[in-house]
Write a protein of this length. Structure first.
Length: 407
């Protein structure tokens, strides 16, 4: 009889010596077992508030050893920045161990960690957005927010638009019915579906007959058609307010004392705790408290300008601190001699008080000389698109009105 596992020999024709393979017992090794692909199971876990990858691994019954191996992978660092509401997809093998873990930090990024033996390997996939240009245009009837949304501008871009023109136009006080706007912006698509909005490329706003235009340059900043920065050295108002409770008035009757006393600033009424930001870059020359001003902050901006912020609930900066425009310096309150919660804001030029709403604000730096030729060409191109899109929209509206009138 032939040895187990060896071929049988026909001795009818040959009976010489034959070497037969020796049947040995099967050897075993301490390597990872072969994975049965048909036994893999797909799972999904939702990231909860306060979750970390370690907490999730514990919740789904995975080993700390595998967690450490994955955590040491440089390409998998984004797994340490998971956010509540995001989803992790993973596969387990026939032994219940994690075989593959997938995560998408953003719509254009995906990360997959796969087991290879006792180690893990990372693969990444990056998709590019398809950019489509869109136009939103319309007239003001109610407010910028309402009418821009009605014109099709995405909500997040409405706020960005207000920020672009916010140094020149007070959208809470200056806009009027009949003002108009046109915005050329990006829509971002993936696999043929709109994902979100991109940047505002060019914008025009006509306020009380005065035209303001802004173009996005290659440096990521907005400039007027002439190349001047849309960003001014100072914000017009350093707080989001409900209304102006008291205007700049050199001969105002004080509401508490009843005496004629100059009101050298503007009172912006707002809820207690509303953030107050620095109107411009500068240095805090005083952060203190007294019974008249309550909590207050004074900021010097170079040698020419000073801004003052009174009646704060809390101060967030200290005397001598350098600050940047838009940095939080305190919150609205009703400390000191006041009748209600508000920010009293003063603007001084060479030591003299000026009306913060009407004072001419100094410009920031214009576009660099080396970029002016390219910017001029870009401006011509963007404004031409705004005009052509605007004419197309007007024609479409006229057609719609004609169709409606013929019904």
């Amino acid at each position: 009889m032939a040895a187990r596992g060896a071929p049988e020999i026909d001795c009818a024709n040959q009976c010489n010596s034959v070497r037969l393979p020796l049947a040995l017992p099967e050897l075993t090794f301490s390597e990872a077992p072969t994975i049965d692909a048909t036994a893999q199971k797909n799972h999904q876990v939702k990231v909860r508030s306060g979750d970390s990858l370690a907490r999730i691994f514990s919740r789904i019954g995975q080993s700390a050893a595998d967690l450490q191996k994955i955590a040491r992978l440089k390409q998998a660092k984004s797994l340490t920045r998971i956010k509540p509401g995001q989803t992790l997809n993973y596969q387990t093998d026939s032994n219940g161990r994690i075989h593959q873990l997938s995560y998408s930090p953003s719509p254009t990024e995906s990360l997959t960690v796969s087991r290879q033996g006792n180690q893990f390997k990372v693969s990444q996939l990056q998709k590019d957005y398809e950019i489509r240009h869109q136009l939103a245009s319309g007239n003001i009837r109610f407010s910028l927010y309402v009418d821009a949304i009605k014109a099709g501008l995405p909500e997040n871009l409405v706020m960005e638009l207000a920020g672009i023109f916010g140094w020149d136009i007070d959208f809470g006080l200056d806009i009027r019915s009949g003002d108009s706007f046109s915005i050329l912006y990006e829509d971002r698509y993936l696999d043929g579906e709109r994902v979100d909005s991109g940047r505002i490329l060019a914008a025009e706003f006509v306020n009380q007959g005065e035209k303001f235009q802004a173009i996005l340059a290659e440096d990521g900043k907005y400039y007027s058609a002439a190349g001047n920065s849309m960003r001014k050295a100072f914000l017009r108002a350093p707080v989001n307010f409900k209304y102006i409770s008291s205007s700049f008035n050199p001969r105002r009757l004080h509401p508490v004392t009843g005496k004629v006393r100059p009101h050298r600033g503007i009172d912006y009424a707002a809820r207690i705790g509303t953030p107050i930001v620095a109107a411009g870059d500068g240095k805090v020359i005083k952060s203190s408290y007294n019974r008249l001003n309550g909590n207050y902050v004074f900021i010097r901006h170079g040698s020419k300008y000073t801004t003052k912020y009174l009646h704060m609930n809390k101060r967030k900066v200290r005397t001598g601190q350098s600050i940047r425009q838009g940095q939080l310096i305190g919150t609205v309150g009703r400390t000191g001699r006041v009748t209600g919660p508000h920010l009293h804001y003063e603007f001084l030029v060479n030591g003299s008080h000026r009306n913060p709403r009407t004072v001419k604000l100094p410009d920031s730096k214009p576009i660099k000389k080396s970029q002016r030729t390219a910017f001029a060409q870009l401006t011509k191109k963007m404004l031409k698109r705004l005009d052509s899109y605007g004419e197309l929209m007007l024609a479409m509206r006229s057609d719609n009105q004609n169709q409606q009138s013929s019904l």
